[in-house]
Design a protein around this ligand. Structure first.
Ligand code: SF4
Length: 468
């Protein structure tokens, strides 16, 4: 009998990468890779590489956990996902991290920018608009886990510190500033004022490459000196910082290990987040056919390019396992101790308790007691292990603090190519819209940003006209 060249594994819904209409999609395994097959009546067949590691792709489902929802939803489910954001009642995860864009403007005009920002694009939000958006986040979340002040480039906002003061007064557990670092590099007094918002405050610093050619390609200019000066100032203040690397195949994916090793040497750096380019907004030096990089590709490159992390140190994040990989380590006396390997996936989930447990594993407890320090109670160790499986853990142990934690995150924002309705419902990084909606980061950039909503309305009308 004729045999297909692939193994059919699953079925889902995707969107056509040209017209963004919802289409059926198959997930298949072929030659060691995972592909999505989809077919648009108007634009034809698409075969998209979605993972380069079948075993890891299959393992993702083992890390799923019962969904945590927001306190209330902002839209009803009507046209079908992803045309109802949000968050609509069908969404399956609350906002682990909410982005608030206080300006459209930026002091750069990067060739890679999901928001199309530039020095003259759009406008700054008023203080009143920003406070309203913060209140929307608090209404949805109660005590939001992480809120990220973003843009454009938020530090160009004329009322930047007034906004920071307002944000700091809200019941937000951890506040972040997403920045290209130019102002931090140029103005130490500015950096010092930022440091007054610590603790529970962190800089999310753009840090893509050590190569001027890669920076030119991604950012439009060589920012090497700016990056180093910004880090020098942040180190001087020991202001918690995450390095954020926008990754593009063939541009900077050869530097993953070098960036991790460099980050481990920086006093202020608590981790590195790798974000493969989402095909959305301004992607000028990007060819989707050759330049997309999958989450499993990035994970493998971390394993190939560093000696610190082994395969069981880089595991799916239960909030949104399709899109997030995490690896945690402790930095102690100049040494790095990976932690995530001690989590046993077979014992991760206890649905009846809606929590993650490992209580049954006495050997694991002993190992963690050794690592966390002598004298720490078993209860404390258990609490720390549960915290590790959240997006932003706090380590509590005698003599240890956030300074001792090092976190690797891979954050793959799905785009119109690898879009999977099953996975998008678990998105946990959201953007607050000034009209009160909370919209997943991925769908915001595809459907809901600026004038994109005009086309979205056409898609919604088409859906509404379908027979029930
Ligand atoms: S992505 Fe979430 S909020 Fe948006 S339509 Fe789908 S389920 Fe609703």
């Amino acid at each position: 009998m004729p045999v297909r060249p692939y193994t059919y594994y699953d079925f889902t819904l995707s969107i056509c990468s040209t017209c963004l209409r919802r289409v059926d999609a198959k997930i298949v395994f072929e030659n060691g890779n995972v592909y999505m097959h989809k077919n648009c009546r108007e634009h034809g067949f698409e075969k998209v590489l979605i993972a380069t590691d079948i075993a890891y792709y299959k393992k993702i489902r083992n890390y799923n956990k019962p969904s945590e929802t927001p306190l209330h939803f902002n839209t009803k489910t009507h046209y079908g996902c992803p045309y109802d954001c949000g968050l609509c009642t069908d969404h399956e995860q609350h906002s682990c991290l909410t982005v608030i864009e206080i300006t459209d403007r930026c002091n750069l005009q990067c060739p890679t920018c999901y928001a199309m920002s530039s020095p003259h694009y759009g406008r700054h939000r008023t203080i009143e608009e920003v406070e309203k958006m913060l209140d929307i986040i608090v209404a949805n979340e109660g005590t939001p886990d992480v809120v990220q002040i973003s843009g454009g480039e938020p530090t160009v906002h004329p009322d930047f510190f007034a906004i920071m003061d307002i944000a700091k007064q809200k019941p937000i557990k951890h506040l972040m500033l997403n920045t290209n670092g130019i102002r931090i590099a140029k103005d130490f007094e500015f950096a010092k004022q930022l440091a007054t918002y610590a603790p529970d405050f962190e800089i999310y610093l753009q840090f893509d490459s050590f190569k001027s050619s890669a920076l030119e390609q991604l950012r439009g200019k060589d920012l090497t000196e700016v990056r180093m000066k910004a880090l020098e100032n942040l180190n001087a203040l020991n202001l918690s910082t995450t390095l954020v690397v926008t990754l593009q195949q063939g541009v900077n994916d050869d530097e993953i290990g070098k960036i991790i090793n460099f980050a481990l040497q920086q006093k202020c750096v608590r981790g590195v987040t790798f974000q493969p380019t989402q095909v959305a907004g301004r992607t000028q030096n990007f060819n989707p056919a050759t330049d997309r990089i999958t989450l499993t590709d990035v994970r493998q490159k971390i394993l190939d390019q560093t000696t610190v992390f082994k395969p069981n140190d880089l595991i799916p994040v239960p909030c949104n396992p399709d899109a997030l990989v995490m690896g945690y380590a402790l930095k102690l006396a100049g040494q790095t101790f990976p932690l995530t390997r001690y989590i046993d996936p077979a014992q991760l989930l206890d649905n009846s308790r809606n929590t993650i447990i490992y209580e049954q594993d006495d050997a694991l407890k002993e190992k963690m007691i050794d690592i966390f320090s002598t004298g720490i109670s078993v209860d404390r160790v258990e609490e720390n292990m549960k915290q590790l499986l959240c997006c932003l853990p706090q380590i509590e142990a005698p003599g240890l603090g956030y300074d001792n934690l090092f976190r690797i995150i891979i954050m793959r924002f799905i785009d119109a190519y690898d879009f999977d309705v099953r996975a998008i419902k678990k998105s946990c990084v959201h953007i607050v819209h000034k009209d009160g909606r909370i919209i997943p980061f991925e769908t915001m950039n595809l459907f809901y940003r600026d004038d994109k909503e005009t086309y979205l309305k056409t898609l919604q009308q088409e859906r509404a006209a379908l027979p029930v």
